[in-house]
Design a protein around this ligand. Sequence first.
Ligand SMILES: NC(=O)C1=CN([C@@H]2O[C@H](COP(=O)(O)OP(=O)(O)OC[C@H]3O[C@@H](n4cnc5c(N)ncnc54)[C@H](OP(=O)(O)O)[C@@H]3O)[C@@H](O)[C@H]2O)C=CC1
Ligand SMILES: O=C(O)C1=N[C@H](C(=O)O)C[C@H](O)C1
Length: 259
Amino acid sequence: MTAPDSSTSTDPIRVAVLGAGGKMGRYAVQAVAEAPDLELVAELGSADPLQRMLDAGASHVLDLTVPQVSPENVAFAVENGLHAVVGTSGWSDERRARLRDRLADHPEVGVLIAPNFSVGSVLASAFAAQAAKHFPSVEIIEMHHPDKVDAPSGTAVRTAGLIADARSGAGVGPSPDATTHDPDGARGALVDGVRVHAVRLRGLEAHQEVLLGGPGEQLVLRHDAFDRKAYMPGVLLGLRTVASRPGLAYGLDAYLDLG
Ligand SMILES: NC(=O)C1=CN([C@@H]2O[C@H](COP(=O)(O)OP(=O)(O)OC[C@H]3O[C@@H](n4cnc5c(N)ncnc54)[C@H](OP(=O)(O)O)[C@@H]3O)[C@@H](O)[C@H]2O)C=CC1
Ligand SMILES: O=C(O)C1=N[C@H](C(=O)O)C[C@H](O)C1
């Protein structure tokens, strides 16, 4: 007779946090440590070798680092059979395509890339995509603390992508814009055909407005994250779900029922 499997679904999820000393990392370390079904087995900073998380017996990696190193962190996790939840920004189409190729050789591994872990932000982006099918003009303003190293934000890039997909599916053309002279780039970045404006201001945390315009009216969809605790329910949801979703999921909405 085969012995019963001693690993049951009540075993804690063994989590290594990369970027543990950062602003997000510190919150995440606390959230993981306090969750009864998770176990914090390693906290890594930029000076630590990735091998440390294997030595600690991690089954899951939470990457909250910087765009320059996140892809190599996730590649290391995948190659070693660890599931990964990634909050770090900078995951372009090309980076995600390379990761998908890598995951093809590790079909049991799950990776979630979540440009934003806040449920409110994910909903705001989904609402914006829905609304953008019905307005000729749409632009995004993302506003962050000035310590942020990347622009535009991962959230804005994701929102622009969702908007572009929704508009192309609905046959809506580009936003009208007569600008022919913009030597200083005052019209912002063009992301998937959507203008994105990035503000960096002391006192802000993380905020985004999607402006939608039609003849004689404007709809503004705004989300504010005032505190990093806003992201922790999404971080925990990601860690609890990722192993049951092999392959790559892009956006926390993949794990939410947005109905
Ligand atoms: N998805 C989401 O909901 C959210 C995502 N973010 C994103 O998360 C990322 C981190 O943000 P934030 O915490 O504010 O940034 P911080 O600058 O505060 O922290 C970044 C951390 O990354 C660490 N780091 C750098 N290189 C490495 C490496 N090679 N290995 C391990 N750790 C490394 C740094 O460690 P050290 O101090 O040792 O150098 C630092 O602690 C950003 O990309 C940000 O945009 C932020 C908020 C929410
Ligand atoms: O750096 C930040 O602070 C944030 N980064 C993420 C992003 O780039 O979208 C998520 C949130 O906006 C906060």
